[in-house]
Each structure stands twice: as C-alpha cells, then as structure tokens.
Design a protein around this ligand. Structure first.
Ligand code: PMP
Length: 419
C-alpha cells in the first residue's frame, strides 16, 4: 500500500495527496550523485513550495521598496504586503493583536531579544532562570550570557532515558528566586513534545513568565498562544516552508510594552534629538532598521500554504511516517533510537554500533538521502546519552513511505560495508 493510500483512510484526511504536495516543491526533483534526492533533513531547514518562491520573486520584481517611510505607490504596496504577513502570523498562532508579533531574523534572534531586553531590565544578582537539558544552543547560550552579566543562576530540568522532561524535578527547581522559564516546545534532536501547558500553568501559579521555543513545533502542531497562555513564543520561517532570515517573536502586549528596545536605529523611533530619543509604538519598537521584507512576505505565503494543506492533516501524515520509520528500523542490528518519548514529532535520531554518524551521513548522501549527523546544536543532550553525535532523519509533509524504505535499505547496506 502506498503512503497516499494509507493516508487516505485516516479520518478527516481524505484530501491528503502527498504526490500533489511533492509537485509543489521543485527542489524535490533534484538528483544528487545521480540519484533522486530524498530530503530527510527537515528539522534543519525545510524545502519551499513554489508559491513561496514565486511570492519572494514577485516581491523583488514588482513590489520592491522600503516600507513605512514612503508616500509613493511602491512603498505603500510593500508596506501593505509586509503588514498583511504580520496579520497572517497573528491569526496562525491566534495572538490577541498584531502588535504582539515582532519580525526578527529567526528563533535565535528572538531569544536574544528577550534575554537582552527583558532579562537585562528585570534580572538581578541571585535570580534564577530555568531551562531544560534538551534545549538547542540558541535557548542556552543567550540565557548563560545574561545570567553571567547579572549574576543570576541558570538551572536545568533533567530529562529521563526516553528524552522526556522529569516533571517532579522541574517542580523542585522552582523557588521564590525563579524569574524566568524558557523551554523548547519540541526537541530538534529527540523529537520530544514537551508538556508545555503544564509547565506554563505551574510557572504562572508562581508568577513566572515562560518563553516557548517553538522552532520545531509551529509546522507540526496547531498553536494557540492565548490557550497556551505562554508569555513569549519564538520560531523561524525557514523550518516552516518559508524563507531563511525571517522569524517571529510573539510576546504578550503588556510584557512587550514594559520592555526596553533591543536594537536602536531607524523605524524603532518616534522622535530623535541629540538630547533624547522617544521610541515607536509596538511592534516597531523592536524592529530597528530595514527588515527582511521579502522574507516576511514569503513567510506569510508559507502560512497560507500550510493552512491550505491543513496542519492537522500534516501532523497525521508525519505521525504515520514516524511510526512507519520507527518500526522499519526496529530490527536493524545495532541500531538504537535516541529519543523515545511517548509524545514525539517526526524526528528519528539514532546511533548505529561501531559506525560513526559522519560515515552514515556520507554513505547515505551517495544514495541520494540527505540526513543530518552531529550534535544538532544540542551538545548537552549528547552528553546526557554519553554519545558524541547521532544520525537524524526528520520528516516533513512531502516525505513518503518509499523514501523511508530507501533510508532503511541504505542503513542495511552500511552494516554490510562497515561489518
Ligand atoms: N531552537 C530549536 C529547537 C531549533 O531546532 C533551532 C534550529 N535548529 C533553533 C532553535 C535555532 O533556529 P534558527 O537557527 O532558525 O535561529
């Protein structure tokens, strides 16, 4: 049975046509080393549908002009397109208002904005910040930097062998000194989906704000920031079928209002004299300089594409692929999956006895299969499992069961070659 047939029997998913979706992604026709490209590195960055590519091209060929400052027609067209992308993001995550949506360069910059603005204004010596052991370096290093600057302490929620947060340990870490909690919604190296609602509820009982790193979540699961009640939510366009160099910081309006600017420059000001500068209203207070206009518009188009396919349908398809792949690798001798949480997205991290992940990645590349090998910017996770690296296959809406078969056949060949 093809993946298309299987998907078509999933309730509410009768319209999911993976071949039709694949046709929307031109790069999937590419040949690598003479083989058909099988792209399984989606957690690093996803491929882009033709609508996103065309929209970006359309921006540069018929709209290009700087935003917010011009009275001429092109400037108004580009401003409108940029601002309508903001409204698409607002609806996508159900924010209360468009002023809560800040365009940034990506997840990393969004987190740095919060640490450098909120953290610098609010943390004091002796304060504590909680993150988890499964964070991406982007959600570790900025907190380390601000904690060091302020004399605050960084505390880490441990994870169990399956790669899940140990909730009782999290509860124990909270003290009257805890000033902030920043956790990943979905782990990029383990695939774990964290119980973020429970984390937020407990944090709020103790009046602690929470930031969710949703870089690996927004394109796998519907997110409603009002229902979650998170204080900040950050993500990147390029992992959700949009352009690189564009991302989002969502923040609750009262928090964003209270925060000082992150960077100074054009657009973030209201008035400037040499004696004193007053700042623009939200969201512009946090958008200094000419932004990635084409990127924002492309991100809006990616949201349209995801919405058209349906996030629930995508999630079902990816769950099917993950279950299929997990089962398919189960009897490969010496293969161990790293990250076996009950709640997972379509990330399959593994180690293979006596074969270095780098060799696995290189061998598979010659089969046309693109996977990622290394520490995935989560070195503490590698330390937790006492391994230097894993091989990671991550699946997106356009991947198929047949592609997973090629991956598995490749792994079997590796065992033959490497003994
Ligand atoms: N957090 C997580 C969970 C990620 O997977 C990534 C990207 N691998 C990041 C943060 C950083 O995202 P970016 O490089 O787009 O800023």
């Amino acid at each position: 049975m093809s993946s298309k047939e299987i998907i078509s029997v999933i309730p509410n998913s009768t319209l999911y046509d993976v071949e039709k979706i694949r046709n929307d992604f031109p790069i999937l026709q590419t040949k690598v080393h003479g083989k058909q490209l099988i792209y399984l590195d989606n957690a690093a960055t996803s491929q882009k549908p033709i609508s996103v590519i065309k929209k970006t091209q359309e921006y540069y060929s018929s709209m290009n002009s700087n935003i917010h400052r011009g009275v001429h027609a092109l400037s108004q067209v580009s401003t409108e397109a940029y601002e309508s992308a903001r409204i698409k993001v607002k609806s996508f995550i159900n924010a209360l208002g468009k002023n809560e949506i800040i365009f940034t360069r990506g997840t990393t910059e969004s987190i740095n904005l919060v640490t450098q603005s909120y953290g610098r204004a609010n943390f004091q010596e002796g304060d504590e910040v909680i993150i988890s052991q499964m964070e991406h370096h982007s959600n570790i290093v900025p907190w380390q930097m601000i904690c060091e600057e302020k004399g605050a302490k960084l505390k880490v929620i441990p994870i169990n062998d399956e790669g899940e947060i140990i909730f009782e340990e999290f509860e124990k870490l909270i003290t009257h000194k805890t000033k902030f909690i920043s956790v990943v919604y979905v782990s990029n190296s383990l695939g774990t989906v964290n119980p973020v609602k429970n984390i937020i509820d407990l944090a709020h009982q103790n009046n602690i704000p929470v930031l969710l790193d949703a870089a690996q979540a927004v394109h796998h699961t519907p997110i409603d920031v009002q229902e979650l009640d998170c204080d900040f939510l950050v993500f990147s366009g390029h992992k959700m079928y949009g352009p690189t160099g564009i991302g989002i910081l969502y923040g609750k309006i009262n928090l964003l209002e209270s925060m000082p600017p992150f960077q100074g420059g054009g657009d973030m000001i209201e008035t400037v004299t040499f004696e004193r500068t007053t700042y623009n209203e939200l969201p512009y207070k946090f958008e200094a300089g000419t932004p990635n206009i084409a990127g924002a518009i492309g991100l809006g188009e990616a949201i349209d594409y995801i919405s058209q396919v349906g996030l629930e349908n995508i999630a079902l398809h990816e769950k099917y692929l993950l279950d299929y792949a997990t089962e398919a690798v189960a009897d490969i001798p010496g293969l161990k999956i790293i990250g076996t949480a009950k709640e997972k997205v379509s990330v399959l991290s593994f180690v293979l006895d006596d074969v270095h992940p780098h060799d696995i990645g290189t061998f598979l590349d010659f089969e046309g299969v693109a996977i990622r090998t290394g520490h995935h910017c989560t070195q503490p996770v590698m330390d937790r499992y006492n391994i230097p690296a894993t091989s990671r296959a991550s699946f997106a809406m356009y991947n198929t069961k047949e592609e997973i078969n090629t991956l598995v056949n490749g792994l079997r060949k590796i065992i033959e070659v490497f003994g």
